[in-house]
Write a protein that binds this ligand. Structure first.
Ligand code: IVH
Length: 689
């Protein structure tokens, strides 16, 4: 009998849970793996809800492999670092067919007459992940990381429908499935549109988005991301019993399909270089018709039994090579350069081009980045632009097709006036672009700052989207971010109502409930930590990370506002330009006034020290070198959280020198001279645990 079997759980419940699990697993498998629906959404949801209710009533029946885990909900503040049981290697890369031919000839020579074939498969453009299964159950999912150590992302991986929680049929007892988590184009674009609507920075490409999604702290958020897992590989521990079907790469993929993975039907066994070339040419053109991105093709020796014999070079196996596609390029005439003004006043030139078909979409516009970029291109009226699309979904201008340039073509000068408010633009020394200095009178800057302030990573006032903010601005209720905190109910109710005869408005009129929600969210934002308040201010060059560093260094707004440029530039990762910008920001009276109004409204203006322990109470530790499990910043934070003090240089007051790799010899010598004890990263972890 099951040791954990609770005596309060009736058999009938146990049976019903098993039945619900079986049905839901079956419907999920049909839907995600075979693209068929066996039940309506309504019926499916009802079954899932029933299972959730049963599991909450009888917690001993809630298994980690339950389909209810797909919904997520587990929250990870940090991701545990895990050392890979088998290092996650990478492949040798090439962009040239000649090098691929050399690989083929070399392999044939090394195998010296032994018959073999190649498996040609797609090179998925996502995030490499290793999944450990024990006794058929998913127990761990780890990202590649640096190949030796990765992040434990198990709770997020469980939400990906194409990652089986429990395997079907015959599988090894303890093994790892490797593959790539990709973000399908359609879901990616929908998510990015939503992010833009919410005032969040869109992801640059599906790969970054997949990586960001796997690192979401709340797995319920990851569940919404519609990621897909593409398996390509099985790793068995030495001496493990080999199940059938693993002797060739092609049959290995077949076995993975039998175990319940979604294996795409595009892998092809090839006998000769001509077949490989054909496969590559085909997918180079066809790739944009796939639902997700690929960045090349992987060619492997199909017989896995020959892999050991071929062995490894210093970094990668000799039995496989990755052929990477070159980015697709077209040229099309420039019709007009327009300009966009961002929240920080930066003016971005945009090329409007004759629409052209490129990599599966019609391209009409692409950024010209900044004035420097335009000068480098020496852009002229009527120029043909070379546009490229690589792994990125966003097209990139890479040059001008000079063969198409008219000899008398006039140069295009960067606009001197703000396209919105007409103010003369400014170009700070050493900067690539121009900006509009009319911070408080230029609408996109004001609205942009307000939107940034309420954004999810800033004050997180979710009830205020960009439309609502525009409404508040146009009604004259909000001009600076401090005005959010003086809003009153009666000002909000009825806002957005269209005067008679003006047709439908884009946003519904704010009613009683809406006004209450806005005020409640504004009130709740007062609890947001100081570092996010600092980020929310929207100081140029101060991103999320920069704000954290400044907050941790200065501890409170008064110390930050009093700092001179040199002191600011001493903060880790704060360069001279950022230091000057921060300094200038706080020297400006309206900004100081905003800070004071925010402080008076009750926003947090100092860091709160979150103590997680006092193991390091009274100790001063100097950190030097590079570490396996922590970034330097994380380590410093950890020391403070455990009650210790971080020293900046080794002195008589130092208790320990925490030494990572590549530590400067000078520090070591000084520590030895002063008798300061050296700690390894492992020692440190032991001390705090
Ligand atoms: S096989 C020893 N097959 O490309 C490494 N890798 O450097 C065996 N990738 O990060 C990898 N699609 O994550 C293999 N069909 C495929 C792949 C693939 C994408 C990634 C992999 C790795 C990189 C190769």
């Amino acid at each position: 009998m099951d040791l954990f079997c609770s005596i309060d759980t009736p058999d009938s419940a146990r049976e019903r849970v098993a039945e619900l699990t079986r049905l839901i697993d079956k419907y999920n498998h049909a839907y995600y793996m075979e693209d068929t629906s066996l039940v309506s959404d309504f019926e499916f949801d009802a079954l899932l809800r029933e299972l959730m209710e049963m599991e909450s009533k009888y917690p001993d029946l809630a298994l980690p492999t339950s389909p209810t885990r797909r919904v997520g909900g587990e929250v990870n503040k940090t991701f545990r670092q895990v050392t890979h049981r088998f290092p996650m290697l990478s492949l040798g890369n090439t962009y040239s067919i000649e090098e691929l031919e050399e690989f083929e000839a070399r392999t044939r020579k090394l195998l010296d007459g032994v018959p073999f074939t190649y498996s040609c498969e797609l090179k998925y453009d996502g995030v490499a992940v290793g999944l450990t299964y024990r006794h058929g159950e998913l127990v761990q999912a780890v990202t590649r990381g640096n190949g030796t150590v990765g992040d434990d992302i198990t709770s997020n991986a469980r939400t990906i429908p194409t990652i089986p929680l429990r395997l079907r049929g015959n599988s090894p007892d303890d093994f790892e499935v490797r593959g790539e988590v990709v973000y399908p184009f359609e879901a990616f674009e929908a998510m990015n549109r939503q992010r833009e609507a919410d005032g969040d920075e869109p992801f640059a490409n599906p790969r970054n988005a997949a990586s960001g999604s796997l690192k979401l702290q709340n797995s319920a958020e990851c569940a919404k991301r519609k990621l897909q897992f593409c398996p390509y590989f099985v790793m068995l521990p030495d001496g493990a019993e080999r199940i059938g079907g693993l002797d060739t790469q092609v049959s290995m993929l077949g076995s993975l399909a039998d175990m319940g993975f979604k294996v795409l039907p595009y892998t092809k066994e090839c006998r000769a270089i001509d077949d490989i070339r054909f496969y590559i040419d085909f997918w180079d053109k066809e790739r944009w018709n796939l639902p997700f991105g690929i960045d090349g093709v992987v060619v492997k020796v199909n017989q896995t039994t020959l892999w050991d014999r071929l062995g490894m070079t210093a970094k990668s196996p000799r039995w496989a090579i990755a052929y990477k596609f070159k980015a697709e390029q077209v040229s099309t005439p420039l019709e007009e350069v327009t300009y966009q003004v961002g929240r920080t006043g930066v003016v971005t030139p945009v090329a409007n081009m004759r629409p052209v078909w490129l990599g599966g979409t019609t391209v009409r516009r692409a950024t010209l980045n900044n004035a420097d970029f335009m000068e480098k291109l020496d852009l002229r009226v009527g120029d043909w632009l070379q546009v490229e699309k690589g792994g990125e979904i966003i097209p990139k201008i890479v040059g001008v097709d000079l063969s198409q340039r008219q000899p008398d073509a006039r140069p295009i000068a960067f606009t001197q006036l703000c396209p919105v408010c007409g103010t003369s633009l400014v170009r700070a020394e050493g900067e690539a672009g121009y900006y509009c200095p009319n911070q408080d009178g230029c609408q996109p800057q004001i609205l942009g700052r307000l939107e940034h302030f309420v954004g999810r990573k800033a004050m997180d006032i979710e009830t205020l989207g960009s439309e609502r903010i525009r409404m508040l601005y146009e009604a004259g209720l909000v001009r600076t971010v401090a005005d959010f905190y003086t809003l009153r109910r009666e000002q909000l109710v009825g806002l957005g109502a269209q005067p008679q005869g003006e047709g439908e408005g884009g946003q519904a009129t704010i009613q009683d409930k809406g006004a209450e929600n806005i005020l409640a969210a504004v009130e709740a934002s007062k609890a947001v930590p100081f570092e996010r308040v600092l980020y929310a201010l929207g100081i140029r060059y101060v991103g999320e990370v920069g704000a954290k560093k400044l907050a941790r260094h200065f501890k409170n707004i008064d110390a930050l506002m009093a700092a001179d440029i040199e002191t600011l530039a001493m903060v880790e990762d704060v360069g001279d330009v950022t230091a000057r910008t921060v300094y200038d920001y706080f020297q400006t009276p309206v900004h100081r006034d905003t800070v004071e109004r925010l402080r008076a409204a009750g926003l947090r203006m100092e860091v709160e020290e979150h103590r997680t322990g006092s193991q390091l109470e009274g100790l001063t530790i100097v950190v030097s070198g590079v570490f396996q499990n922590f970034s330097r910043d994380a380590l410093k934070q950890s020391i403070e959280q455990h009650g210790g003090k971080v020293g900046s240089s080794v002195s008589g007051k130092t208790d320990y020198l925490l030494a990572g790799d590549n530590m400067g010899p000078e520090k070591r010598r000084k520590a030895e001279k002063l008798g300061v004890k050296l700690l390894t990263e492992e020692d440190y972890i032991k001390m705090i645990s």
